[in-house]
Design a protein around this ligand. Structure first.
Ligand SMILES: Cc1cc2nc3c(=O)[nH]c(=O)nc-3n(C[C@H](O)[C@H](O)[C@H](O)COP(=O)(O)OP(=O)(O)OC[C@H]3O[C@@H](n4cnc5c(N)ncnc54)[C@H](O)[C@@H]3O)c2cc1C
Length: 346
């Protein structure tokens, strides 16, 4: 009989991030398909009551909390101490947590302390005939593996964006407070703050429906023999503003800033997708001025519908990597798309 624990840390304002609801969805589904299992919630942070209330209508039967200012800070030692105490209190055999940077760093250590195992970057958790199976991708999302383990407790870190968010409503939750006493050794690391890339425009929107990807062609010489980087910037920024899309980039384009070539000022390496970049999750993707080479398209693994605009009818997108390829000048296409977005439907 499995005991499931949804483990989460609260945000500085006491709320739960969307990725917690995604992990909760996975935990609730697993609970449903494991007859006789129980679902519990373990939360830590400066405060946890409001967070517990916000998911109070979920199928969990018990809530545990570790609270205090020290537990709001992203620090290995205090995160691990809180998670360990919550796991011990719940006697969980399966611990499901969102793969936040805090949990990715600390839960392998907690699994070690409890004699368990941890698996990260999970994109699916299922159960059949009381056997739990988890899936994850390897080799930059080229191969999917399905894993089983008889070791308990088993820590399952669910990748953000891989699950729908649990829509269970709120209700007053009765949280059992667990006391964790931190020693000077566990608080000797101090947290100074988050550092964000120094771009003036917000271009990364993980929750956007659409990902617009810009390739190096935007800064290359065009039919008139000139580069038009300023026009490219304006077209891309207007489109992002009008569509609320997220912005990705090819490696070639983000690398250009280091090579002294024309660049788009709002891009950083965080925008790069692909084998050496990220694999974002969006319902749709539109690639512009990009060749669609294999290392780049690896990053499109979780984009459901892919379209591309390129002048080259023989580019990688044309060779089966896009659902739709427009062989056209992206400057002209995006200018028209922006015009249509401004005037609206009809
Ligand atoms: C080990 C390794 C790892 C790599 N990892 C990554 C990675 O993670 N991510 C990544 O992106 N790349 C990666 N690369 C590089 C990758 O192989 C490609 O070189 C790169 O993605 C090409 O970028 P691009 O298509 O923007 O530029 P280019 O290859 O220069 O293509 C520009 C395209 O723009 C088109 N174009 C120009 N003007 C217009 C216009 N007006 N309208 C429409 N189209 C136009 C051209 O026809 C051309 O197809 C990696 C390479 C290696 C070797």
């Amino acid at each position: 009989m499995e005991t499931l624990l949804l483990l989460a840390h609260t945000e500085p304002d006491g709320s739960l991030d969307k990725c917690v609801r995604e992990a909760l969805h996975a935990a609730a589904q697993l609970h449903k398909s494991l007859p006789g299992s129980s679902l519990q919630i373990g939360l830590f942070g400066e405060t946890v009551q409001a967070a517990a209330n916000s998911i109070g209508a979920c199928p969990a039967t018990r809530y545990f909390g570790v609270t205090g200012r020290e537990f709001s800070l992203p620090r290995y030692a205090s995160d691990a101490a809180a998670a360990e105490a919550l796991c011990r209190a719940s006697q969980a055999s399966l611990v499901i947590a969102p793969a936040t940077s805090r949990f990715t760093r600390s839960l392998a250590g907690v699994a070690q302390r409890l004699g368990g195992r941890a698996d990260t970057h999970l994109t699916g958790i299922t159960a059949a005939d009381s056997k739990v199976k988890v899936s994850r991708w390897y080799y930059r999302q080229r191969m999917e593996a399905i894993l089983e383990s008889s070791r308990r407790p088993w820590f399952l870190l669910v990748d953000p964006g891989s699950q729908p968010a649990c829509e269970c409503g709120g209700r007053e939750a009765k949280v059992q407070e667990i006391t964790v006493t931190l020693t000077p050794q566990t608080t000797r690391t101090s947290f100074e703050g988050y550092r964000n890339p120094s771009t003036s425009v917000q271009t990364l929107r993980p929750d956007a429906q659409l990902l617009l990807v810009a390739g190096a062609g935007w800064t290359k010489k065009q039919a008139d023999g000139q580069a038009h980087a300023a026009d490219a910037e304006r077209l891309i920024l207007d489109f992002l503003k009008l569509s609320r899309a997220s912005l990705g980039s090819s490696k070639s384009l983000v690398d250009q800033s280091g090579e002294g070539q024309a660049v788009l000022s709002f891009l950083s390496h965080l925008n790069q997708i692909g084998q050496t970049g990220s694999t974002p999750r969006h319902a749709k993707g539109l690639s512009t001025c990009c060749h669609g080479e294999e290392p780049h398209t690896v990053g499109w693994r979780f984009i459901t519908e892919r379209r591309a605009i390129s002048l080259d009818p023989n580019c990688g997108w044309a060779r089966g990597k896009a659902d739709v390829l427009y062989v056209a000048d992206a400057f002209k296409v995006m200018a028209e798309v922006n015009r249509l977005l401004v005037i609206g439907p009809g």
